[in-house]
Write a protein that binds this ligand. Sequence first.
Ligand code: NAD
Length: 360
Amino acid sequence: MAITIGVLTESQDRRIAMTPDNIKRSKIKDATWWVEQGAGEKAGYSDARFDGLAQLKSRNEILSNADVILSIFPISHDDHARVKPDALVISQYRPYVSDPMQNGLAKVPGKVISVDMIPRTTLAQAMDVLSSMASIAGYRAVILAALQLPRYFPMMITSAGSIKPAKVLVLGAGVAGLQAIATARKLGAVVEAFDVRAAAKEEVKSLGAKFVEVEGAVDDKGAGGYAVQQSEEFLARQRAKVQEHAANADVVICTAQVRGRKAPVLIEAETVGKMKPGSVVIDLAASTGGNCALTQNDQTIVHQGVTIIGNSSLENDMVQDASAMYGNNMLNLLGHITKDGALNLNMEDEIVKGCLIKTT
Ligand code: NAD
C-alpha cells in the first residue's frame, strides 16, 4: 500500500528535511508527500515551490495521519502523542547523549528511527546525515576563518612584495576535519592536522596536509570508526604538542569529538596566549564543551587578539545545500526501508537494527 510522507517545520533550525527538488527525484512508488505550511520558508523554499509535488497541510494533519514523519530535530512528546500507532517518525534523537526511551519516548505511539544512529558503513554512507552535515560545517569553518583572518590564505607574489601562505591547524580529522583540510588546501594554506585514529594519518596526507603524530593514542577498532576516550596522560602530552603548533598557526579549526562525551580540551588558555594576534580559532566542538578551553558555545570572543568562534551548527549557514543533502540522505534511507511503495522494516538488516530505536 502506498505511503504518505509528511515533512514538518523545524522550530529550532532553518533547514527543511526535504526540498522540492528532493521530492521531484523521489523514486518511492506512488508516495504522497505532505509538507507543513511554511516549512521551507526559512530555507528559501516558499510554499509555492512545492506546487504539484506535495500537498500543504497543517502540523496536526501530518502528525495524525502521515505514515512517515520527517523532522531534523526530535518532535515534542505532545507531537509524538498524536501520531498513528503504525506511523514511523524519522529524526535525530542522539541516544548516545541521553536515552530518549527513558525520557518518555517509550510511552508514545509509533516507531522511531534516529538517523544519527545509522552505522558508519559503506552501504549506509548515502543515508548518513552526520557525515553530510559535518562535511558542510568543515567547509564553512574554513570560509568563516578566511573572512575573519586579517591576512591572505594563499601565498601571493605581488609587486608590493611576497606574502607567505596562511598556516591552518586542524584538530580532529573525521568528516568535518578532512573537509576543512581539503578546503584550506584549495585556498592555498599550509595545513597540519592531529587525530587519534591511525586511519586518519593516510587520509590527512592524501589531502596534502601534514599529520602531527602523538605517540600512544588508544585506537579502538571496535568503536565503529569513532574515537575513544584517551587517558589524561595522553591528552596532556597532546596539549603540549598542540601548543607548539598552534603558536605558529594563523587559523585553528577544532573538530575533535568523542561520541557521547565531552569534547577533549586540546587548546588551553595559555596556548591561546601564545598565538599570534589576529589569529582565528573556529570551534565546531563548541556544543560539547569545545576543544579550546576558552570557547563559548554560540558566541564569538576575542582573547589577547585571538578570535574564538564557538559554533557547532555551521551547516545552518548553508541552509539550502544542507537541506538538499539532508533530504537526499532521507530519500536514500526511505529507498532502503520501503518495497513497492510500502514500508518494509527488515529487523535483520544491519542499518535498520542500528537506527530503529523504537519498534512499536
Ligand atoms: P567525530 O565527529 O566523532 O570526531 C571527529 C574526529 O575527532 C574523529 O576523527 C576523531 O578520531 C577525532 N578525535 C577524537 N579525539 C581526539 C583527540 N584527542 N585528538 C585529535 N582528534 C581527536 O567523527 P566523525 O567525523 O563522525 O567520524 C567518525 C569516524 O567514522 C571516522 O573514522 C570516519 O572516517 C568514520 N565514518 C565512516 C563513514 C562510512 O563509512 N559510512 C561515514 C562517516 C564517518
